[in-house]
Design a protein around this ligand. Structure first.
Ligand code: AHR
Length: 312
């Protein structure tokens, strides 16, 4: 059997297989589900043995998973950190065990930058900038700004996470030169539909028809908020202009229904690039310190055309 396997091109014998420990944030959004699927499929495709752990949005679960990967002596550890801070001790343990660490999707904030080898994922600050630039250039909003103020409510992602911090930063950076644009409320919806709906209900209760725009740090929260807006007797996409981030299929469906105005892409399909990186690391090749994913912006008018091409 071993001789037979060795003759199949690309076949990897179990004893030779690279072992990758991957700690995922959770299953909080459509984006995350697509990301997990991409990683699992790519590992199978590349013959990499994947030890996958779901942290259910809790940092302590990720720390436990990484410690268990160290104890199991995996070849490489990769993880998508739920929050930016608090990683030094466990990453020092991985370094002491000489296990290389790759960050995927989200970054960490650590003083000792030698604690991780490479970071593969989106530029979240740029995504925030793209959302704001689209908003400022959107004709109905320009008309509103010509008459008075544009009142924005913001649904932030998980507190302390890189995408929540960076998407806020990028959005505000563009708006600081736009005195008519005001963020009147900003609160976390933890990247979930349920929380997005709940927080939007509270925004509507407090501000009512004063709200002109919703900026949601992901599509799932926007989709939850759309429900809240409809239940309040308002028209999402018209009475409240909505821009969010991810470009998942659910966002395209909402845009086709006229309920979401724009989505900024954040590509979850990181699996193939991650597996390439893992193989290069194990082969002792030098790998890039930062790999940024290429992404687009999809306004409502492009939704019907683009929908059939969407992979997630
Ligand atoms: O880190 C990426 C973000 O996490 C996605 O935008 C969001 O949907 C997910 O939960």
């Amino acid at each position: 059997v071993l001789v037979f396997l060795a003759l199949i091109p690309g076949a990897v014998l179990a004893k030779d297989s690279i072992v990758l420990g991957f700690s995922q944030v959770g299953a909080e959004s459509e984006w995350r589900t697509a990301n997990t699927q991409s990683i699992k499929e790519a590992a199978t495709q590349e013959g990499i043995t994947l030890k996958f752990s779901d942290a259910q949005q809790k940092q302590e679960n990720q720390i436990k998973a990484i410690r268990s990967f160290i104890a199991q002596r995996v070849n490489v550890i990769a993880f998508s950190p739920v929050v930016e801070t608090g990683w030094e001790p466990v990453l020092r343990e991985a370094k002491a065990a000489r296990i290389p660490v790759i960050l995927t999707d989200r970054a960490v904030s650590v003083k000792d930058e030698s604690l991780w080898l490479s970071f593969l994922g989106s530029d979240f600050v740029e995504e925030g900038r793209r959302a704001a630039k689209w908003l400022v250039g959107y004709a109905p909003i320009q008309e509103l700004a010509a008459k008075g103020e544009v009142n924005i409510v913001e649904l932030q992602g998980t507190v302390g996470s890189a995408p929540a911090i960076d998407r806020k930063k990028g959005f505000e950076e563009v708006l600081k030169d736009q005195p008519k644009f005001k963020i009147i409320r900003s609160q976390t919806g933890d990247f979930t539909r349920a929380k997005g709906k709940e927080v939007m209900e509270a925004f509507l209760k407090a501000e009512g028809k004063k709200i002109n725009v919703l900026y949601a740090h992901n599509d799932d929260m926007a989709i939850g908020a759309i429900q809240a807006i409809e239940e309040a007797g308002l028209k999402p996409g018209k009475d409240v202009i909505i821009v969010s981030i991810d470009a998942v299929k659910g966002a395209f469906e909402a845009m086709i229904a006229g309920k979401l105005n724009c989505t900024v892409e954040c590509n979850p399909q990181l699996g193939p690039q991650l597996m390439r990186l893992v193989k290069d690391v194990v082969a002792g090749k030098q790998v890039p310190r930062r790999i940024v994913t290429q992404e687009s912006v999809f306004p409502q008018e492009s939704a019907a055309r683009e929908f059939p091409n969407r992979k997630y």
